[in-house]
Design a protein around this ligand. Structure first.
Ligand SMILES: [Zn+2]
Length: 414
């Protein structure tokens, strides 16, 4: 009886502290002129709205999560502007509840549901036990709350020479759950697939796979706030910096904010965040090995190239762009999912301080890409778990295309 009571009290406490999103509505606003864009940009820098996608340009949709108390205000703003509007999700709490119901605690690790950081890390540890000669557990760094940034190095011992490694990370943005799920699926395929072309690529490279680059934020999305994006470092009244605006290349030179309460707060300085600072030290140490760098995000279905500070086509864009187009085409082949391809600043918006730009700009990793995975806004960050496997399958096809094509180029040039 006492146990039951304790359990009820515990459940009560934990649900009492969980942030709820009752009647928070996801709107899509499509600006039709420059004035509408300017006004939406001002809103983006204010506190109280959660921009799920950023303001890009005329005709480009902007998805904004609006709490009930702000609906009247935003309607007054947009109705005075040239803006098309639609409702993508009227009450996202319903979607959060549906997703929570699909989580299966204690279930064996798989891709029919999303997993907590403990489950993901335990699975990584189990792989290093199961494949002791192939899988090495790597702690790339530590977070503000002292969680490890845990990943694995997969090596079949056949990689030779420099620039043979592939790095794939995910969940630097905490709420983008599909990114980590796709990454672990790819890791599993590298180890277990019997497909000859996958085996060939898996075995000729070293692979660094880091499913959760922002462990504190990711953990917080499970315990407290499903919509959390940033780290958990306290900054005055607000918490967290955007860990993908915090890397030391063109840091805070556009597309980020100096205001701690915003979602794109760049931090007080480059590498202010424990997880980015420590992981960057590790990455810097192995950067010379890296042929390919891939970072998974969601959502929007885009395959993006450096850089975020300029729309100019710099470095080896003429080589990396056609590969991205081919990678997007191979992704489409399986289920018809369509991706937009291009330079970050040109395709979506100016955004500085990303991990991809740092790897490319500072360490000259030849092939650096960022995926914005499914979908295009029907569910956004709340992509249902039954889409994990199809998303992972098509993304695996695409990543393998990048590695295969990078190999061809590197044999000729590097
Ligand atoms: Zn992201």
């Amino acid at each position: 009886m006492r146990l039951v009571l304790v359990a009820i009290l515990w459940i009560g406490c934990s649900s009492a502290t969980r942030v709820r999103f009752d009647n928070h509505t996801l709107y899509r606003f499509t600006p039709k002129d420059d004035q509408a864009i300017d006004t939406l940009r001002q809103l983006e820098q204010s506190v109280g709205y959660d921009f799920w996608t950023s303001v890009n340009g005329v005709g480009m949709p902007v998805d904004i999560l609006v709490p009930p108390q702000k609906k009247r205000e935003i309607m007054e703003v947009v109705e005075a502007l040239a803006v098309d509007q639609e409702i993508l999700m009227s009450n996202i709490q319903e979607e959060i509840d549906r997703e929570a119901g699909s989580l299966r605690a204690g279930d064996t690790f798989g891709w029919n549901s999303y997993h907590t950081i403990e489950e993901i890390y335990n699975w990584l540890r189990s792989l290093s036990t199961k494949y002791p000669k192939i899988v090495t557990l790597v702690e790339a760094g530590r977070s503000h709350e002292n969680r490890p940034v845990l990943g694995v190095k997969v090596s079949f011992g056949k990689a030779t020479g420099q620039r043979q490694a592939v790095w794939i990370d995910s969940n630097i943005h905490a709420r983008e759950w599909i990114s980590g799920a796709v990454n672990t699926y790819i890791l599993n395929a590298l180890l277990t697939s019997t497909d000859r072309s996958i085996r060939n690529l898996a075995e000729r490279h070293d692979w660094y796979i880091f499913p959760v680059l922002n462990p504190d934020g990711f953990h917080y999305t499970y315990t407290t706030n499903r919509m959390w994006r940033k780290t958990r470092t306290p900054y005055g009244l607000c918490v967290g910096a955007d860990p993908n605006r915090n890397w030391d290349y063109k840091w805070n030179q556009g597309g980020s904010s100096s205001i701690p309460c915003t979602e794109t707060y760049a931090g007080p300085r480059a590498f202010s965040e424990a997880c980015t600072a420590s992981t960057s030290r590790y990455l810097g140490g192995i950067a010379k090995e890296l042929l390919v760098y891939v970072s998974f995000h969601s959502y929007s279905q885009m395959l993006l190239l450096p850089y975020g500070h300029t729309a100019q086509h710099l470095d080896n864009y003429n080589v990396t762009y056609p590969i991205a187009v081919e990678a997007a085409n191979s992704l489409t082949k399986r289920y018809g999912t369509r991706y937009t391809v291009g330079n970050v600043a040109e395709t979506i918006y100016v955004a500085t301080g990303s991990s991809m730009d740092w790897l490319k700009g500072v360490h000259h990793v030849p092939f650096a890409y960022t995926y914005e995975l499914r979908d295009t806004g029907k569910y956004g960050f709340l992509l249902p778990a039954d889409q994990i496997i199809p998303t992972a399958e098509e993304t695996l096809d695409s990543v393998l295309t990048i590695v295969r094509e990078a190999d061809k180029i590197s044999e000729k040039v590097l």
